[in-house]
Design a protein around this ligand. Structure first.
Ligand SMILES: Cc1cc2nc3c(=O)[nH]c(=O)nc-3n(C[C@H](O)[C@H](O)[C@H](O)COP(=O)(O)OP(=O)(O)OC[C@H]3O[C@@H](n4cnc5c(N)ncnc54)[C@H](O)[C@@H]3O)c2cc1C
Ligand code: FES
Length: 477
C-alpha cells in the first residue's frame, strides 16, 4: 500500500454531535448556581472547531476565569460520558466510504478537541478498525497545524490531504503544508475554488483525483481576499492577498494569474510573487499600472474578493553554497525580494546575497531588501547609486558572484547572459511575455529555446509552464 494519508477533522466532517453536546453542557449549566444558559445544537455548531478556552470565553465572557474554567471542565467531562453513551449523527454512507478509502489510504483523525472526545466517537460507533491513528489538541497542547504536521512526519506519509469543514481547517492544512479538501456539507465556508465535496461519499473520487490524477496538484483558482493595497510610488502598487491554499505551496520566482473583477475582460494578468508568508497565508504582489488589467488591480481595496490562479511556473532553483547576484530591473525587481528572503533563510550571509536593483529614477522596494541582502542601486538618471544600468553598478562596485538570478526587461537579460558567459557564472533568468491561458495550453507565451522542446517539437519554450525561470544557456535572448 502507498504511504498516502487522509487526515480528517471530526465535527462537521465525520459526524455531527451538536445535539448531544448541547444536552450534556446544559445539564452541567443547570446545576451551576446563578447561571441561566441553555444552548441549542446550532449554538454548538457556531463554536465547533474552536479550542475549549476560546469557546468558554465566547459563551460566558463575563464570568470570572477561575469560575469559568472548572465549569467548562465539568461540561467537558459530562460531554465525553454522554457521547460515549449516545454517540452523534454520522454523515450518510460514512462507514461504506471509510471502507473504500482504507483499501488505498491510511486514515487519521486530527481534531481540536479535548482528550477523550475522538475516543467517544470511535467507541460508540465502533470505528477503531477504520483509522490508523488520531491526535487531539487536548493530547498535545499544540495547534491543529502542528498536530497535522506531527501525524504526517510520525507516520512518514509521502503525500497527504486534510479534510475539514471550516476556515480554520483550511488554514491549518495550509500552514502544515498539505492540500485541503472542503467538506462543504459541514458548518463553515472556505475560499471559492477550493476542492470541495458535497457529501462524504464523494471523497474517494476526489482523493483519487488528487493522489493519482494527472493535473498539477498544487495549482488552484480561488476567490481570495485583498488584505491591503498601497501605492509605493507613481504608478507602482503593492497588494497583499490572503490565499492560504496558494501560499502553502508557492515559491520564489513563481507567479499568479490575477483576474479583474470586470467579467468582460476574462483573461487574467500574470504577476510575480514578491513575498510569500506561509504562516499568515498571504501573497504580496508589486505591480506597475501598464494598461486596463493592472489599472483595475489598483482599484481593489482591503476586504475585496479577488480571483487568482496559482502558484504558476517553475520558480528559481536555489544554491545555498554560492555567492549570489539577485538582479532586478524595473518591475522585474519584486520577485527578487522573495528570493533574497529564501536565500537568507537558508543561512547565506547578507554580504553574499547582493541585490543589484536597476531603476529609471524613483526607487521602490529597495528598503525591503535591506534585512536580507546587500543592496546595490543603479539609476538611469544617476539620482541614486551608480548612474547607468545594473551591470554598470556591478562593475563600479567591483562585485563578483557564483550564481546570478535575474528578472527584468529582455535587453537587460540579454546583457546579463553575456556577462555571465564571459565571467563563467551560472545564470538563471526569469522571462516575461504576454500570456493568455497561463498554464501551458495555448502556446501564447513562447520564447525561443536552444534545444527542441518536448511539447511542441520546435525551438520553443512556454514561459508560463516551462518557465518563467530558465537557465540562461537554454534560451535565445
Ligand atoms: C511571468 C510574469 C510575471 C510578471 N510579473 C509582474 C510583476 O510582478 N509586476 C508587474 O507589474 N508586471 C508583471 N508582469 C507583467 C504584467 O503581466 C503586465 O504588465 C500586465 O499583464 C499588463 O496587463 P494590462 O492589462 O495592465 O496591460 P495591457 O493593456 O494588456 O498592456 C499594456 C501594455 O503592457 C504591455 N504588456 C502586456 N503584457 C506584458 C508582459 N507580460 N510583459 C511586458 N509587457 C507587457 C503591452 O504590450 C502594452 O504595451 C509579469 C509578466 C509575466 C509574464
Ligand atoms: S500563456 Fe498559454 S501557453 Fe503560456
Amino acid at each position: 500500500m502507498s504511504n498516502y494519508g487522509i487526515l480528517f477533522d471530526l465535527d462537521g466532517t465525520l459526524w455531527d454531535s451538536a445535539e448531544h453536546v448541547a444536552t450534556a453542557w446544559n445539564e452541567v449549566f443547570a446545576q451551576h448556581p446563578g447561571l441561566s444558559l441553555t444552548l441549542t445544537a446550532d449554538d454548538i455548531h457556531g463554536v465547533m472547531g474552536m479550542l475549549l478556552p476560546d469557546i468558554a470565553k465566547k459563551l460566558l465572557p463575563d464570568m470570572p476565569e477561575e469560575e469559568r474554567t472548572p465549569l467548562f471542565q465539568r461540561a467537558m467531562d459530562n460531554e465525553i460520558a454522554t457521547l460515549e453513551r449516545l454517540g452523534g449523527e454520522l454523515y450518510p454512507n460514512l462507514v461504506e466510504t471509510l471502507t473504500e478509502l482504507r483499501k488505498k489510504y491510511k486514515l487519521y483523525i486530527v481534531s481540536n478537541c479535548q482528550c477523550g472526545y475522538i475516543e467517544s466517537f470511535l467507541n460508540h460507533h465502533n470505528m477503531w478498525q477504520y483509522f490508523d491513528g488520531k491526535l487531539a489538541a487536548g493530547d498535545t497542547g499544540l495547534p491543529k497545524w502542528d498536530n497535522i504536521k506531527k501525524v504526517v512526519e510520525d507516520e512518514k506519509l509521502t503525500r497527504s490531504i486534510y479534510v475539514g469543514d471550516i476556515y480554520a481547517d483550511y488554514m491549518a492544512a495550509s500552514r502544515a503544508g498539505i492540500r485541503f479538501i472542503h467538506a462543504s456539507y459541514g458548518f463553515g465556508t472556505v475560499p471559492k475554488g477550493t476542492i470541495s465535496i458535497p457529501s462524504i461519499d464523494a471523497l474517494p473520487q476526489a482523493a483519487d483525483a488528487f493522489f493519482f490524477g494527472q493535473e498539477d496538484k498544487m495549482k488552484q483558482k480561488i476567490t481570495a481576499k485583498v488584505v491591503s493595497q498601497e501605492k509605493l510610488c507613481d504608478g507602482i502598487y503593492s497588494m497583499v492577498i490572503e490565499a492560504y491554499g496558494i501560499a502553502a505551496f508557492a515559491k520564489a520566482g513563481q507567479f499568479i494569474s490575477v483576474y479583474t473583477n470586470d467579467g468582460a475582460h476574462l483573461l487574467p494578468r500574470p504577476i510575480s510573487l514578491c513575498e510569500v508568508d506561509k504562516f499568515a497565508g498571504t501573497l504580496r504582489i508589486v505591480y506597475r499600472v501598464a494598461g486596463f488589467g493592472t489599472d483595475a488591480f489598483s482599484k481593489y481595496q482591503a476586504g475585496d474578493p479577488i480571483e487568482i490562479l496559482g502558484p504558476l511556473g517553475n520558480g528559481f532553483p536555489t544554491r545555498s553554497d554560492a555567492k549570489a547576484f539577485l538582479i532586478g530591473g524595473g518591475i522585474g525587481i519584486p520577485p527578487m525580494l522573495e528570493m533574497a528572503k529564501k536565500l537568507s533563510a537558508q543561512g547565506i550571509a547578507k554580504e553574499n546575497i547582493m541585490a543589484v536593483l536597476g531603476y529609471r529614477d524613483v526607487l521602490f522596494l529597495n528598503e525591503d531588501f535591506a534585512p536580507y541582502a546587500t543592496v546595490v542601486i543603479a539609476t538611469e538618471d544617476g539620482s541614486a547609486g551608480t548612474k547607468g544600468n545594473v551591470l554598470n553598478a556591478i562593475e563600479a562596485n567591483d562585485l563578483t558572484a557564483d550564481v546570478i538570478y535575474a528578472c527584468g526587461p529582455t535587453p537587460m537579460l540579454r546583457a546579463i547572459k553575456a556577462f555571465a558567459e564571459k565571467n563563467n557564472i551560472t545564470c538563471y533568468v526569469s522571462m516575461e511575455e504576454k500570456m493568455a491561458c497561463g498554464v501551458g495550453a495555448c502556446l501564447g507565451c513562447v520564447c525561443q529555446s536552444v534545444e527542441v522542446d518536448d511539447h511542441s517539437q520546435v525551438h520553443n519554450k512556454r514561459i508560463c509552464k516551462d518557465g518563467p525561470v530558465f537557465d540562461a544557456t537554454e534560451v535565445v535572448l
